[in-house]
Design a protein around this ligand. Structure first.
Ligand SMILES: NC(=O)c1ccc[n+]([C@@H]2O[C@H](COP(=O)([O-])OP(=O)(O)OC[C@H]3O[C@@H](n4cnc5c(N)ncnc54)[C@H](O)[C@@H]3O)[C@@H](O)[C@H]2O)c1
Length: 250
């Protein structure tokens, strides 16, 4: 059994990861870290220094400020870490990068295997269809405060990395009255109801349209991606890993 330390074990994502591990034949949550000390089926500590259990891998869905304590512990104990938390400061990102020189670190802002696959597919399609107009449409529930989603931007960045002429991200056609230019990627956000998350990448050419869509029906897919990442990371040499490296090795 792979022994997991679950950082942010009391949160929405932490609880999803715990549910998956509860029924897993490979993973067991040995302990959790969460300052609110939630009630869990495993020991929970408020800081990493207090953890006494033997740990094989850390899965982190917490808050960006937790990263310094997490990395200090992981480096001291030589434990690989799956970092799913988002919104790190540039300084924290540098800490993660530095830690990866000593331990294996897996980091992705979207742990859905499907979303990362559509990034790759969109990149392939962009190379194949360089003259097509590209528009990304994302849909989320009515509680989401940011727009467009980080994932829509991630997809746009992947496309732009193979089509450097697509330099312009256009979010709002309402404010200007002009035709779209060839070098833009349109990005559109829809908000409503309880939609967990949908991303659609549209390649529109002369009398033909190719559409790549991903739909998330629950947080379980994100938790599951993090658990797969943990399995992939255990035993790897120090370095930075992400969904792309994992999918490319699959
Ligand atoms: N990579 C992905 O696919 C993905 C998916 C969903 C959420 N996220 C990110 O994961 C994070 C958690 O999301 P959530 O929806 O579970 O949030 P949440 O607010 O429900 O849970 C966060 C938990 O972290 C705990 N926490 C706060 N400070 C901590 C610390 N110093 N050490 C340990 N735990 C601490 C909180 O007490 C809380 O229980 C966010 O950054 C979110 O953006 C990433």
């Amino acid at each position: 059994m792979i022994q997991v330390l679950l950082s942010g074990c009391g949160g929405r994502m932490g609880r999803e990861v715990a549910k998956i591990c509860e029924v897993s034949d490979c993973f067991e949550i040995a302990a959790g870290v969460d300052p609110v000390l939630p009630e869990c089926a495993f020991p929970v500590y408020s800081t990493f220094n207090e953890v006494k259990e033997k740990i094989d891998v850390i899965i982190d869905f917490s808050f960006h400020t937790a990263i310094t304590g997490l990395l200090a512990y992981a480096k001291k104990e030589k434990i690989p870490a799956v970092i799913a938390t988002t919104a790190f400061t540039p300084e924290e990102l540098a800490e993660i990068e530095n830690a990866s020189k000593e331990i294996p670190v897996f980091k992705s802002a979207n742990m859905s295997i499907g979303v990362n696959l559509i990034c790759e597919l969109a990149q392939k399609a962009a190379k194949f269809l360089p003259d097509f107009d590209i528009e990304i449409v994302e849909k989320h529930h009515n509680q989401k405060v940011d727009a467009p989603s980080g994932t829509a931007l991630m997809i746009a960045d992947e496309i732009a990395s193979v089509l450097p002429e697509k330099v312009e991200y256009v979010y709002d056609r309402h404010s200007v009255t002009q035709k779209r230019s060839k070098n833009e990627i349109g990005i559109h956000a829809i908000r409503g109801g309880t939609i967990v998350g949908e991303h659609e990448v549209i390649f529109a050419g002369h009398q033909e349209v190719v559409t790549i869509t991903h739909t998330s029906y629950s947080r379980e897919i994100l938790a599951n991606g993090a658990v797969c990442a943990a399995q992939y990371l255990v035993g790897k040499p120090a370095g930075m890993y992400n969904m792309k490296s994992m999918l490319n090795e699959a």
